[in-house]
Design a protein around this ligand. Structure first.
Ligand code: NAI
Length: 253
């Protein structure tokens, strides 16, 4: 068990990559703190995981609200300690050129994708530094290392996540805290469905995406979860400030 005796807090854990990661963490023996905006699915997942090896609990947490993040982290730290934070919650936006993207959409994406990750680190770092250990995994994207056309706000936000990861790794390393990112390619989740649904021909768009990958398929949430678990676990004890690209070979082909 890679995460035995560890408490893992995951944001955006009610769906997609976050949900798969929560399940995988439970399978690896972690006590899982499921958090999300979506209480219905989040509570149901935590309830299911409660019967697992170590147990689980749910907190409704909007990652854009710094005070909420601090409250949840402080409470969990007091009762269980926090060994791992997975900043997974994120959002996309409809495809649009920069000049056609309005400020409110840009701000919304930055708020969830950038401030959400900032807020998580801001809340958890004092606890991790004080205990002298911890691992943070931020969920970036292929868009952290590639500029995706008509996805400029998303690309800017995810590029920021990767460089923020490096900065925090440099700051927190001396206190025993590792900070890494995973950068997934297109992965079959509700977020991807939303992206495809607004394309002119969603089936053709999906096929075109798939064709672009050397492995000729999109990613599965469980495949991203496996890489998150590696970075969160002691197996990655000398890995920090790294952006692990998990994309079926897209970026390098
Ligand atoms: P998803 O839409 O399936 O799940 C996202 C979860 O985050 C949902 O449960 C949602 O309720 C929650 N969430 C959204 N805003 C929130 C907020 N303000 N506070 C708390 N929770 C919030 O999406 P998916 O695909 O699982 O995405 C997870 C992460 O992976 C995101 O950061 C996304 O940008 C990233 N990613 C996804 C890729 C994909 O192709 N699916 C590719 C690359 C990165």
């Amino acid at each position: 068990m890679e995460l035995a005796d560890k408490t893992v807090l995951i944001t955006g854990a009610a769906s997609g990559i976050g949900e798969a990661t929560a399940r995988a963490c439970a399978d690896e023996g972690a006590y899982v703190v499921v958090t999300d905006l979506n209480s219905t699915d989040g509570e149901a997942l935590a309830e299911e995981l409660t019967d697992g090896e170590a147990g689980a609990e749910f907190h409704r947490l909007d990652v854009t609200a710094s005070d909420q993040f601090h409250d949840v982290v402080d409470e969990v730290s007091e009762t269980h300690g926090i060994d791992v934070l997975i900043n997974n919650a994120g959002t996309g936006h409809p495809s649009a050129y920069v000049e056609d993207t309005d400020d409110s959409m840009r701000d919304f994406v930055f708020d969830v994708n950038i401030n959400g990750v900032w807020n998580g680190c801001h809340a958890v770092l004092p606890h991790m530094k004080a205990q002298g250990h911890g691992a943070i995994v931020n969920v970036g994207s292929l868009a952290s290392i590639r500029g995706l056309p008509k996805q400029a706000a998303y690309s800017l936000s995810k590029g920021a996540v990767l460089n923020f990861t490096r900065a925090v790794a440099a700051e927190a390393g001396p206190k025993g805290v590792r900070v890494n990112a995973v950068c997934p390619g297109f992965t079959d989740t509700p977020l991807l469905e939303q992206y495809l649904a607004v394309q002119d021909d969603p089936d053709a768009a999906r096929e075109a995406l798939r064709e672009g990958y050397p492995l000729k398929r999109l990613g599965e949430p469980e495949e991203i979860a496996d890489c998150i678990i590696f970075l969160a676990s002691d197996r990655a004890s000398w890995v920090t400030g790294h952006g692990l690209v998990v994309d079926g070979g897209y970026a390098t082909s």
